[in-house]
Write a new protein. Structure first.
Length: 170
């Protein structure tokens, strides 16, 4: 029997942790990202008739999201980088990729890529105290590659459209 997740870190080894992360935006390293989160899902729709069981399901809709938190000074640098590369558009119109790499001694290096990102919301909530000012940045993410693996292939639709003739859909 194969055991999934059965390979343990060696005694006195290091497991992946937040300190294992390296975050890059369009190949530029951002060392002071305080948090990063992202998710993706494929949400199929059930086709139903009069009976209690689903008749069939659609392929589904692929949905993604992402969020970064960073210090205010780093946000100013990030925003300036996007604004400088945005051309005639604003910084929220600039499309970029985010690469999240994690590595530890004795563990394999893994890289997740958030492709086709855009800033969609910027949030600030400042409070009294001794903490540094933070900015939360919500991202539109076109697709997430976990350790460079596609979750959803868009090739099927492209093949259908490329091989379709008017009135000849299967």
């Amino acid at each position: 029997m194969t055991v999934i997740g059965g390979q343990l870190t060696q005694v006195n080894g290091n497991a992946y942790s937040f300190q294992s992360l390296k975050v890059e935006v369009d190949s530029q390293l951002f060392e002071r990202v305080v948090s990063i989160s992202y998710d993706h899902s494929l949400e199929p729709e059930e086709l139903r008739g009069v009976g209690p069981k689903a008749i069939d399901v659609t392929t589904g809709v692929y949905k993604t999201s992402g969020e970064l938190s960073m210090y205010l000074g780093d946000w100013k640098d990030f925003r300036a980088m996007l604004a400088g590369a945005a051309g005639p558009g604003g910084y929220m119109q600039k499309v970029f990729d985010v690469s999240v790499t994690y590595a530890e001694d004795g563990e394999s290096t893994m890289t997740d890529v958030l492709r086709g990102c855009r800033v969609k919301q910027v949030g600030r909530a400042y409070r009294s105290g001794n903490q540094a000012l933070m900015v939360d940045v919500k991202l539109y993410v076109k697709e997430v590659l976990e350790d460079n693996l596609l979750a959803v292939s868009f090739q099927d639709v492209e093949d259908l459209l490329a091989n379709a003739t008017l009135g000849a859909f299967p």
